[in-house]
Ligand binder design. Structure first.
Ligand SMILES: C[S@@+](CC[C@H](N)C(=O)[O-])C[C@H]1O[C@@H](n2cnc3c(N)ncnc32)[C@H](O)[C@@H]1O
Length: 274
């Protein structure tokens, strides 16, 4: 089938007589008319989201190209299992902040990232979700047995990153989720250097006191003024202690919602149930 493409110049040329008349009337009343043509950003989720324009997105600044390009999705069966990945706090936080950037520290197979992307899409929010993970697992993944902890070793090296990539593509969010495979510490330096600021940071990486404390401290720095820090696994003693100590150190209240905790960077607005 043959397609006819009408360029902007053709449209401008066709509208010229009308433009002249409007300009002439404008002149008569002492106004000068000028027209600017600005492309409307695409809303499709297969492309970068509108509020995170390509040139400014972390993906563009980090890679300069699409990290999902050419990925062999068919080689991996969908497996979006995670832990507490669809907690209601995500939707409440996203609606409260309406972020253009979310940083997730600890992504595993992508369940929570895909959930946040789904919420953003449902509410028409253009948001880039940067996923920081070594994709090497936390100590509990290495020390536990069972399918849910399986890191998919190949010659002794985890392949879980590829499961994450396949899940993101299969869920239709390759345009707005950006993987950053590194330690949370290194990734923090990279994001800071790039000047990245996030409306929401979700910390769900290692669970030892020092790791949680370091992640909270590092990523707190990257939150926007009214940003929200959400953490997972409050039922772990180390996590709870680090979260409480950190909230106290920054003089902000700590909200607890079951397994999740929330610390507001700016003036806090409660999210209801504890
Ligand atoms: C509990 S899982 C994340 C689960 C995920 N948020 C979900 O809901 O499905 C923790 C992840 O943190 C990552 N991780 C642990 N320590 C890390 C570190 N220091 N830097 C980066 N990633 C780390 C692990 O590789 C693992 O994938």
């Amino acid at each position: 089938m043959q397609r006819t493409v009408i360029s902007i110049d053709t449209i401008k040329w066709a509208l010229r007589p009308l433009y002249r008349v409007v300009q002439w009337v404008g002149h008569a009343f002492g106004y000068r008319l000028s027209v600017t043509v600005t492309p409307v950003p695409r809303r499709g989720w297969g492309s970068p989201p509108p509020a995170a324009p390509d040139a400014g997105s972390v993906r563009a600044r980090l890679y300069g190209r699409d990290p999902f390009e050419g990925f062999p999705t068919d080689a991996y069966a969908a497996d979006l299992r995670g832990w507490h990945s669809t907690h209601p706090i995500f939707e409440q936080a996203i609606l409260a902040v309406r972020p253009t950037t979310i940083i997730e520290v600890g992504s595993w197979k992508g369940a929570s990232a895909v959930h946040m992307a789904t919420i953003c899409r449902r509410h028409g929010l253009g948001c880039e979700i940067v996923c920081v993970d070594t994709w090497l697992g936390s100590s509990e993944h290495l020390l536990s047995r069972g399918d849910e902890f399986d890191l998919r070793f190949r010659h002794g090296y985890p392949q879980i990153y590829y499961v994450f990539m396949a899940n993101v593509i299969a869920s239709g969010f390759a345009g707005c989720i950006c993987p950053l495979p590194n330690t949370s510490e290194n990734a923090h330096h990279v994001l800071k250097q790039l000047g990245v600021q996030a409306g929401i940071v979700y910390v769900d990486a290692a669970h030892h006191y020092a790791s949680v404390w370091n992640d909270l401290q590092a990523y707190w720095e990257l939150l926007t003024e009214n940003g929200l820090l959400i953490g997972d696994d409050y039922e772990w003693d180390d996590v709870a202690r680090a979260a409480r100590d950190f909230a106290e150190s920054v003089g902000r209240p700590l909200e607890v919602h079951g397994s999740k905790y929330v610390i507001h960077r700016g003036a806090s607005a409660s999210h209801g149930a504890r």
